[in-house]
Design a protein around this ligand. Sequence first.
Ligand SMILES: [Zn+2]
Length: 334
Amino acid sequence: MSRDFPAIPYPWQQPQWQHFMGQRASGKLPHAFMFTGQKGIGKRHLAMALAQTVLCSAPQSQLPCGQCRSCELNRANTHPDFMLLEPEEAGKAIKIDQVRALSNFITKTSQQGGYKLAIIEPAEAMNTNAANALLKSLEEPAGDTLLLLISHINSGVMATIRSRCQLQVMSAPLLEQSLLWLQPLIGDGNAKELLALANGAPLAALGLVSSDALEQRASLIRGLESVVQGGESPLVIAKQWMSYEPRELLEWLLKWLHGIACVQAGGNSPVPFSPLVMQFSQRLSGPFLYRFIDKVMLVKRQLLSGANPNKQLLLEELLMDWSVLARQARGGNG
Ligand SMILES: [Zn+2]
């Protein structure tokens, strides 16, 4: 928590923040919230902001004052009335013992005389036993307790848990709003492209700046464009693509093809395209394109089925089909 103090809601979270502050002012905060939405839009940050403000003994302009005892404890990450529940190892489950410790924490009286607050992230990391243990706490909420469950997968949490929380569905901000926030942080970087790669999630886009994701995507596009122009052989490109993680590769490809389909249908693409790809998209025949998209989805299912198919063969087949599509668009009889 110390790394995120004071947590101030992001601009796109203002409507939700005002809603929470209204609830707080009228003493109508629920015992439990569930924040759901895609990764990288700031759900945890918002939960931290709410936790710090609710714990603060004298909030200023609806934000933690930064000076009271509670704020001092939050800054030092040692507030006795705050608990963060997350997997002990990234990607692993939240264990039942952790939930029991939380239940224990909830039954005690608060040490600073205010609220007791816990954040559980990601809520879908609780297995059935852990979730059932939490359910008891949600059924008999102790006074002045606020639980903040954060979930990145809408249906990933048991319905019995979800139904006991006040649900807050959060989506990625509008592009304009994300650009206003992201552009000053990355200077010369291509904010639009990063946001497209991150499905519009601003924090996820910021995280991509230091990765080689952009270069990887550029290389994928170079391969596809080369086939479009009848340059490199599909087999050579398939070999290059072997180094990519198949799920990410195919998800990216589907998103890219979705953009192509938008342009093909006469609309705007949500992903930026080169003039070459724009022109190519406009010349494609719809039925050919949709058949190809179906094929990509099929390959994705096959690769993820766990049946251990031949990855190289599937990629070769896919890129051969892509070259047929390209021939067709170039006016050949493909
Ligand atoms: Zn304070």
